[in-house]
Design a protein around this ligand. Sequence first.
Ligand code: F6P
Length: 516
Amino acid sequence: MPVRCEKTPAWARLEALKDERRGFDLRQAFAGDAGRAAALSQEAPYLFADLSKNLIDAEVEQALLQLAADCGLEAKRAALFAGEPINSTEGRAVMHWLLRTPADAAGLAPAAAAELPAVHETLDAMLAYAEKVRADHTITDVVNIGIGGSDLGPQMAVLALAEQVAPGKHFHFVSNVDGHELAGVLKGLAPEHTLFLIASKTFTTAETMANAESAKRWYERSGGTDIAGHFAALTTNVEAARAFGIETTFGFWDWVGGRYSMWSAIGLPVALAVGAEGFRRLLAGAHAMDEHFRTAPLAHNLPVRLGLLDVWYRNFLGFTSRCIAPYHSALRRVPAYLQQLEMESNGKQVDLDGRPLAVGTSPVLWGEPGTNGQHAYFQMLHQGTDVVPLEFVAVRQPAHSLEGHHAKLLANAIAQAQALMVGKADAGGHRNFLGNRPSSFFVLDELTPESLGAFIAMYEHRVFVSGAVWGINSFDQWGVELGKVLAKDLEPRLASGDVQGLDASTAQLLGRLKQG
Ligand code: F6P
């Protein structure tokens, strides 16, 4: 029977520490410990993290590390890298990390080593195709049709690396089944200049199939005659893509979860945007983080420290949400990407045996780029009644040459973290800031493919760590199924008006939205 985290000795110790730390004050903690900033910071590949403005201290971290030990984190991490079928409800290994493992890597577990040649064969083929399309100046627009993990990762990365995107190519991402989205994109396009990428791990997702069919219809009706040249599929279901009429396909494997798939063929839009070399650099940055996570001692392991901090906040301090504030506009889709990564992975209510959990799991993750958020919801973060840990992401070097902007941006990021912590207690009444509000601060030296890859891989592993402590399967997503089934039932009813067997509210809405 799997270990229940709340039954471990470390959990009891943390419960006691929570009570002992009731009056914990960040300002006093810094005043009383000159080494705090250094002790609670962590260097990792391409990334520096200052965790010192969090509501923890050395003793709490020690107890959290003990919790990791009690919950078998190291064995679970070993199982991940051994390619064991840790996605137990689907009987699958979890090896997205293998997608960024160099071809000549030594010491891999047999399950991983067996797959590595095919990984590189596919990668090489996909990158060769990307280079061919990049050199083809008749293709000016690339439309990625996919949703969830088949949309958010490539979209986030293409935006993040916009500075390095070759001129002459425009990237569009269509995910929603709402036809307004596809119609809006198609409006400005010409079939002979457009390449459609149909991105779907399963090649069955209703939204993607509807958009793909419509794109094909549009292509043909607009005079396009070369489906083979203007459509490619990124999928594990190559037969379904062929049946759809697509000849160019790039595959991946069932051991790559959708939300972990941007490193696979799903990353083709990124490769088209930044080139084969840029894509390999993205993989290299992520691999460096994999190695850090796999080999660094737990006490100096960034994803481990963060994942344990997440457990502390969620289960002991009762914080149910976390805000992410990238202070870089190119990172504007990072919060949406991380939402799927964390909430689809760890939004679970049963343990590995399917028994109800006794502890809370995934927090709500949300956010917008700074400084915009400052003029919207930061009010609540500073003076609201709920404590929401914040995560700042700052990039030291700008990629533009406009004078003064970057210093203003960075000063704001640091100032917000400082203000959340120090507060302003002497102002009185409405002007009072209590302070003592926690934040983490990530610093990337430059926004490059490597640093982006490392940052995202760090987050993947962090989500793994908290999921491992909670004893859940972070790699399935059964919770999305029911809505899909019900939508299938309701779709024909919208035309027929049949409300038989429906509850009164559903029937009423169907009546209001009836089509035709
Ligand atoms: O509905 C959830 C989900 O299965 C995600 O996990 C996945 O990223 C998304 O749908 C898209 O799936 P696919 O790539 O198979 O179209």
